[in-house]
Design a protein around this ligand. Structure first.
Ligand code: GAF
Length: 397
């Protein structure tokens, strides 16, 4: 059986020097700098971010690097080391939502969002390299957006704070790319710190860095990338969001965050006329409560006690929110049967990754069991690696 990877799927020759060199090869000149933004794992708090609720992500050590230089002619030239097809070129003043630019819509959308906000952003040459797997539920889109946003902030001396950067990146995804995502992923990319999970209250954007040192407890969090690629733009994500908003309107609250766990039975009764949204409400209300319970256990120095809450979160996403899939369920069930303390899918759903909280000593047996189960079920081999909380977005060179 393959050993689980110690430090994620990062290929060895990744770093600012390589991205700097790639920029020179593409554009024939040196970049002004290189900026980095990480992918993330969400420990718990799924689909709560567009319900004004709580989330608890941490940054992966896998990052997107953006080497960039300003241009005086207003042209936007975008190149990716990970996507074939060469340089995408478009005048910055011709950017408009809905324009089909493929992968380049993410960085182009950030330029558009900044200009639309009245910020003095002109042309740019940009080269991007990423080790965040795409479509794996690990927030590769936000890493791309935030690396671009930070690069533009540096090139044009905008002086934006992390919250503003996250909001502009989210606007790029919502209004330019067309995905109605919440603010979790962009905030994780801007604001996570090494050794911590980030408790974010998405209602008022209050942040708390929560020490998350599993190593000191002889534990680790395995990420199981099922390699089933999800696409949030395909409508199911938007449907869940619309269902939550319909329920909130019917209940007379501004967001489902306003329903406390003790009010859940009454709220479900009030929704008798809207049976399709009741499970959505049950998930959001119980999930917000689970985030608080996870925080309480981490604050008490009892990370093992987090396990059952992760597993309960998975059941809620599978049964109530209905966004799991066979491979995610198999990963979770197999990890638990092989000794994981808890496991759940992470991210937007419909594919992507699961996480499993395991004793160090059980990591290999859980990894082996998952590989065996996937082979037996005829699924493609998953990638299993240990995630440790890395830094948020920063200038890398
Ligand atoms: C995706 C979205 F981009 C986030 O905003 C969040 O809703 C997440 O799915 C689910 O928790 O990553």
């Amino acid at each position: 059986m393959p050993a689980h990877e110690a430090a994620g799927p990062t290929p060895a020759p990744h770093g600012a020097a390589r991205t700097d060199a790639a920029f020179r090869a593409v554009y024939g000149a040196a970049p002004t700098g290189v900026w980095a933004a990480p992918g993330r794992v969400n420990l718990i708090g799924e689909h709560t971010d567009y319900n004004d609720g709580f989330v608890l992500p941490f940054a992966l050590t896998d990052t997107t690097l953006a080497a960039a230089a300003p241009r005086t002619d207003g042209a936007l030239r975008l190149h990716s080391g990970d996507v074939p097809g060469g340089v995408v070129e478009v005048p910055a003043d011709a950017l408009a939502p809905g324009r089909d630019l493929g992968w380049a819509a993410y960085p182009a959308g950030v330029v558009w969002a900044m200009r639309d906000a009245g910020l003095p952003v002109g042309g740019v040459d940009l080269h991007l390299d990423s080790t965040v797997p795409t479509g794996a539920g690990l927030s590769s889109s936000a890493a791309l957006e935030v690396a671009t946003a930070l690069a533009l902030d540096g090139l044009y001396g905008l002086g934006l704070d992390r919250r503003e950067l996250a909001r502009l990146a989210q606007r790029a995804e919502n209004a330019f790319v067309g995905v109605p995502c919440g603010i979790m992923d962009q905030t994780a990319a801007t604001s996570c710190t090494t050794g911590h999970a980030l408790l974010l209250d998405t209602r008022d954007h209050t942040l708390r860095q929560v020490p998350f040192d599993l190593t000191g407890h002889g534990l680790r969090l395995l990420v199981i990338d099922t390699r089933v690629r999800h696409a949030l733009a395909d409508g199911a994500y938007a449907e869940r969001r619309a269902g939550c908003e319909r329920a909130a309107r019917h209940l007379g609250v501004s967001a489902l965050r306003d329903i406390a766990i003790g009010q859940l039975p009454g709220a479900l009764a009030d929704l008798a006329a809207l049976p399709d949204v009741r499970p959505l409400v049950r998930h959001i209300v119980t999930e917000n409560h689970r985030v608080q319970q996870v925080i309480a256990r981490l604050d008490a120095g009892e990370p093992r006690a987090v396990g059952p809450l992760l597993t309960a979160g998975h059941a809620s996403l599978r049964d109530d929110f209905a966004i799991s899939c066979a491979e995610l369920d198999l990963a979770v069930d197999t990890a638990l049967a092989a000794g994981a303390l808890g496991a759940r899918m992470t991210g937007g759903g419909f594919g992507g990754s699961a996480v499993a909280l395991v004793e160090d000593a059980a990591a290999q047996q859980v990894t082996d069991a998952v590989h065996t189960a996937f082979t037996a079920a005829g699924h493609a081999a998953p990638r299993v690696f240990t995630a440790r909380p890395g830094p948020g977005a920063h200038r890398a060179a």
